[in-house]
Design a protein around this ligand. Structure first.
Ligand code: NAD
Length: 261
């Protein structure tokens, strides 16, 4: 697989480069990062600590995509429109792991998906996909006698809140029970909890890679369904699996359930 990594010197990009090299069957043909990156001009493998791969980190996205079949992008929401245009122009499949995308940025993914296959997932792990399925079924079975709330924890450098995974889990809750209204945090004299509330609370600190707990709170009993990521490699592995899946697929939008089907 001929891979371009966008955001190649970021936390996730480094893990993608390392695991791609370890896999033995992926060539890193391009590596891009933001114009201000301190690592521009250096070998992508050396930055990731896996030795020379012969691909230099560039801020020129078009150059990084040259010759690639697929790109993996863990960057920032502001980068999404530019990446969308570039992958469509270069006809390169796009695995987008960047979170916090708004409607306009999602529309850019849709535009690119008219030309190339595009897979966006706020969480690339198999475990979170299964958790979402379990949550949907649990909410359906427990019914309106149980209140549902989501608590997520991440490292202190995370830019967006609540996490994309928390929103994904909120969607799963809403698939299981209609009429719920998302609430982001609580402060002040908010009064008693309303029956239609579905609160998401975000904790930030330390080096937490990503914890998510869906609380199902009933009278006299409660369930806590938790996923804990203990290594970024989990997401990088998932992104590489998604990239392998996407190569050769028709243009369109895809998700992790398609990869696992
Ligand atoms: P990071 O800040 O460590 O890395 C981001 C990298 O992207 C940096 O090197 C930055 O310079 C680069 N970048 C920013 N703008 C760019 C641009 N215009 N062109 C090219 N490169 C650009 O962040 P991170 O922890 O690696 O996370 C990156 C994103 O991935 C975040 O949105 C995060 O929430 C998300 N994430 C998703 C998953 C998942 O499973 N989907 C898992 C972890 C993180």
């Amino acid at each position: 697989m001929k891979l371009a990594v966008v955001g190649a010197s970021g936390r996730m990009g480094l893990a993608v480069v390392r695991l791609a090299v370890d896999s033995g069957d992926v060539s890193i043909v391009g590596a891009a990062d933001a114009p201000g990156s301190a690592h521009l001009g250096r070998d992508a493998g050396e930055i990731a600590g896996v030795g020379h791969v012969g691909t230099v980190l560039t801020s020129e996205l078009d150059d990084a995509l040259l010759g690639a079949e697929v790109c993996i992008d863990f960057t920032a929401k502001a980068a999404t429109p530019r990446i969308a245009t570039a992958v469509a122009r270069a006809k390169v499949a796009w695995v987008c792991g960047t979170t916090g995308l708004d409607a306009a940025e999602q529309a850019k993914l849709d535009e690119a998906a008219k030309v190339v296959p595009v897979l966006h997932a706020a969480n690339m792990s198999l475990g979170v996909q299964v958790l979402a399925e379990i949550v949907r079924e649990a909410v359906k079975k427990l019914g309106s006698a149980f209140d549902v709330e989501i608590v997520e924890a991440h490292h202190k450098k995370k830019a967006d809140a609540p996490s994309g995974t928390a929103k994904r889990l909120a969607d799963a809750v809403k698939e299981g029970r209609s009429g719920l209204r998302e609430v982001n945090g609580r402060a002040g004299l908010v009064g008693a909890r309303k029956d239609d509330e579905l609160a998401i609370l975000a904790i930030r600190g330390g080096d937490v890679i990503g914890d998510h707990t869906v609380h199902l709170l009933g009278d006299g009993e409660r369930l806590e369904l938790t996923h804990r990521a203990t290594s970024r490699d989990l997401f990088a592995r998932g992104a590489l699996r998604a990239a392998r899946f996407l190569v050769g697929k028709p243009a369109g939008r895809y998700g992790i359930p398609d990869v696992l089907a």
